[in-house]
Design a protein around this ligand. Sequence first.
Ligand code: NAD
Length: 458
Amino acid sequence: MSNDWYSDFVNSGVGRTIAGQVGLPPVPRLRRWEPGQPLLSGPALLGTATADGRVAKVVRSLLTDLGIEVHDDPHAPVGGGSSTSKVAAGIVDATGLSSPADLAEIQGFLTPVMRRIGPSGRILVIGDVPAEATSPAVRAARRALEGLVRSAGKEARYGATVNLVHVAEDTVGADLESTLRFFLSSRSAFVHGQRLDVGTVPGFAGSSQGVDWDKPLAGRTAVVTGAARGIGATVAKTLRRDGATVICVDVPSAGDALARTANDVGGSALQLDITADHAPATLLDHAGRHGGLDVVVHNAGITRDKLLANQDRDRWNSVIDVNLNAQLAINDALMASDVFHRGGRIVTVSSMAGIAGNRGQTAYGASKAGVIGMVDATAPLLVEKDATINAVAPGFIETAMTAAMPVGTREAGRRLSSMTQGGLPVDVAETIAWFAQAASYAVNGQVLRVDGQNYLGA
Ligand code: NAD
């Protein structure tokens, strides 16, 4: 049983029957990643929009190397079945578009894919970066993909996701591998209707050769702030599962819970208020004694909700200090220190409130939008260290924080999304763990919503 009574009801035997009869919206059970799980649970359909597409080859070799059945014809019989049998993925190489007329080819491929995609299936559209086109017709065609994907996301059912990846001109196949693996696997269970750009911050360097994809963080040391509970505790466990050594940070008053997380992950605990003046130095000193740092996850965050009309300076400042100023100070220290290794990864936690705004959350929304500005400006600064910074923007996630919401707000948060449910902390953690991989070197300056395509906001 989860604490989502509606989902439990419509997924029970009697509930499913009643829901079907009276037309209640279903709540799909999402497939989530477990060690050893194959990348896809069945065959894939792979389409190309034009003869100039440059990524289909990369996708095909990734899938066939993994023993996955791949067909170019969206009507092909699969898995020994028929031309309507379910598929685990539909992928379109939409690079090389020269005008909106080329979009018809994509429609021709995706229409049967939408009918055939199985439960928790993956639809992935891969296109060129619109801003790299100077021709209005080319740019229009590239930009059209976003509207197509976001709309198809609102039509997909049974936990299938639809996402868009933009690939910059200078990227090659290997630069894409960690991103393909994330979006195609069930690690991205709650990432839906979203867009991500790969290779858009120039000068990146790295390699995905020899990666153990079951332990992609092996040999890396990570700090997770706010690790005592909630999303942070799950991030620590997920990074550990993927092979990292984890340093868990939280305030001294959360010391017992922090020690539990650190024990669970076989890592170390550092009691530290990240807003303290000495916090960056203390953090680096601790990490230095543990062999240095490869990954920093800025997860600690607070809400002090008040209508702006009732806001006071202390509350305002405490939110901006924890959620934004502390991260800026720590990042400055990281960039100036060799303790933060070459090829390092900074991952920060924004929020849908920072994108769409939220009533009662002017301070929180400001801090979480500020985090996005910080990511934008920091990304190019990190290139000289072959490092990256990215953000996750969670929507409604099932935590103690959201369990305490008034029932109406809570139900709206869950149901007003394409997935008709809240996400789990592990959904946020999987996205962070992917950004944290060395192999994600071409993903920089990105903000990815983990929100089941929540209807609030962009
Ligand atoms: P939570 O309150 O359960 O956990 C936050 C942790 O941060 C706590 O352990 C807390 O002690 C720690 N912390 C707070 N101030 C600190 C400080 N000064 N120094 C060190 N540690 C400090 O929150 P959560 O729901 O797990 O959220 C984690 C992150 O995700 C936050 O940044 C939050 O804003 C963001 N977020 C959460 C949701 C959601 O639905 N739960 C949605 C969007 C974004």
